[in-house]
Write a protein that binds this ligand. Structure first.
Ligand SMILES: [Zn+2]
Length: 157
């Protein structure tokens, strides 16, 4: 669901995890379910794409924004990694697909910074507005967040 148009270059891309809570879900099943859910999301939420293994489902243009991180929503692009539960890893194929999305977004926003905060990291910040207790893509302070960003940076070169 589109909420508006960016008024300036986004500050980066917020990393989410889709978190159906279905621990047995494969990445492919979680990807399909999340992408389907994005269409006419009942709560009015919106994000730019859902990310599976070497594939993305694009939900809105790079110039539009949707509600995915409260007050930060109009400041950043937002993506949902198919990730049923926090314990689920983000695969190399998902990292490659994310990097492809970033490169596509750069065509629209040439100065788009390589700034990739997680939902958990922005939760509770002044721009965000309140504290929701989010743990996606990984709980705040987790070394898995550092690892994920390092893999992204390595892929982007
Ligand atoms: Zn999130």
């Amino acid at each position: 669901v589109v909420a508006g148009a960016f008024r300036f270059t986004p500050l980066g891309i917020i990393l989410h995890g889709s978190r159906s809570g279905l621990a047995g879900n494969s990445t492919a099943a979680e990807y399909a379910g999340t992408a389907r859910y994005a269409v006419n999301e009942p709560g009015g939420l919106g994000w730019h794409c859902t990310i599976g293994d070497d594939r993305i489902a694009v939900h809105m243009s790079y110039t539009a924004w949707g509600w995915h991180a409260r007050g930060c929503s109009s400041l950043y692009l937002g993506v949902e990694f198919a990730q049923p539960v926090e314990a689920a890893a983000i695969s190399d194929g998902q990292v490659r697909a994310f990097c492809w999305f970033f490169q596509q977004a750069q065509k629209q926003w040439p100065t788009l910074p390589m700034n990739f905060p997680t939902h958990a990291e922005l939760d509770g910040s002044a721009a965000y507005g309140v504290y929701d207790g989010k743990t996606d893509t990984f709980s705040r302070g987790s070394s898995r967040t550092t690892d994920l960003r390092q893999r992204i940076m390595a892929t982007l070169g």
